[in-house]
Design a protein around this ligand. Structure first.
Ligand SMILES: Cc1cc2nc3c(=O)[nH]c(=O)nc-3n(C[C@H](O)[C@H](O)[C@H](O)COP(=O)(O)OP(=O)(O)OC[C@H]3O[C@@H](n4cnc5c(N)ncnc54)[C@H](O)[C@@H]3O)c2cc1C
Length: 147
C-alpha cells in the first residue's frame, strides 16, 4: 500500500494529519495508546472524502467528537482517528439554526439562547459535540429527555 500518511497530507490542509498521536490526549478519561494517524477535519467535504478513501483502501477509521464518552485501548489504534472539528454555526433563516456535527453542545446552547430560541437549554452542562449527541439518539438520559 502507498504511504497512507503522506497521501492524506497531500490533500488535507497543512497540519491536519499527524502520526502516532496518543489517544489519551484526545479523551477526557486520559487513557489509550497511540493512533497510527490522526486527522483533524474542519470541513464537511473533507470528512466525506476521507471516509470514502479509508473505505476504498480498507484503512480502519474512528470518528471522535469531544472524546467524553470513549475509552480507548492501551494498545492503540492502527488506523485513522478522525477528529471532527466541523464547528459551523449560523442562523440560516429566522428561527432556523444550522450547526456542524463537531460543534460543542455548549456553543449551540449559548448561541440559541442568545437568539431567544428555546429547546436546547436542557443540553447545558452536557459534555460533547452535536454529532455525537445525535448519534446516541434515541437514548436520551436525564438532561435531554424531551429533546
Ligand atoms: C459527565 C457526562 C454527563 C452526561 N450527561 C448527559 C445527559 O444528561 N443527557 C444525555 O443525553 N447525555 C449525557 N451524556 C452523554 C453525552 O451526550 C455524550 O457523552 C456526548 O454526546 C459525547 O459527545 P462527544 O463529542 O464527547 O463524543 P465522543 O466521546 O467523541 O464519541 C462518542 C461516540 O459517538 C461517536 N461519534 C462522535 N461524533 C460523531 C458524529 N459526528 N457522528 C456519529 N458518531 C459520532 C463516536 O464514534 C463514539 O462512538 C453525558 C456524558 C458525560 C461524560
Amino acid at each position: 500500500m502507498r504511504d497512507w500518511g503522506e497521501y492524506l497530507k497531500s490533500w488535507l490542509p497543512a497540519g491536519a494529519v499527524q502520526e502516532k498521536v496518543p489517544l489519551r490526549s484526545q479523551t477526557t478519561f486520559r487513557i489509550g495508546g497511540p493512533s497510527r494517524w490522526c486527522a483533524t477535519i474542519t470541513e464537511a467535504d473533507q470528512m466525506v472524502r476521507l471516509i470514502q478513501e479509508c473505505r476504498r483502501e480498507g484503512v480502519d477509521w474512528f470518528l471522535l467528537g469531544g472524546g467524553s464518552n470513549v475509552l480507548f485501548c492501551d494498545r492503540g489504534f492502527e488506523g485513522v482517528l478522525i477528529l471532527n472539528r466541523i464547528e459551523t454555526l449560523a442562523e440560516t433563516r429566522p428561527g432556523l439554526v444550522t450547526a456542524g456535527a463537531g460543534l460543542p453542545l455548549m456553543n449551540l446552547v449559548r448561541y440559541t439562547t442568545g437568539l431567544s430560541l428555546s429547546g436546547f437549554e436542557n443540553l447545558a452542562g452536557i459534555p460533547g459535540s452535536v454529532g455525537a449527541r445525535l448519534s446516541g439518539m434515541p437514548e436520551p438520559s436525564a438532561g435531554t429527555s424531551e429533546n
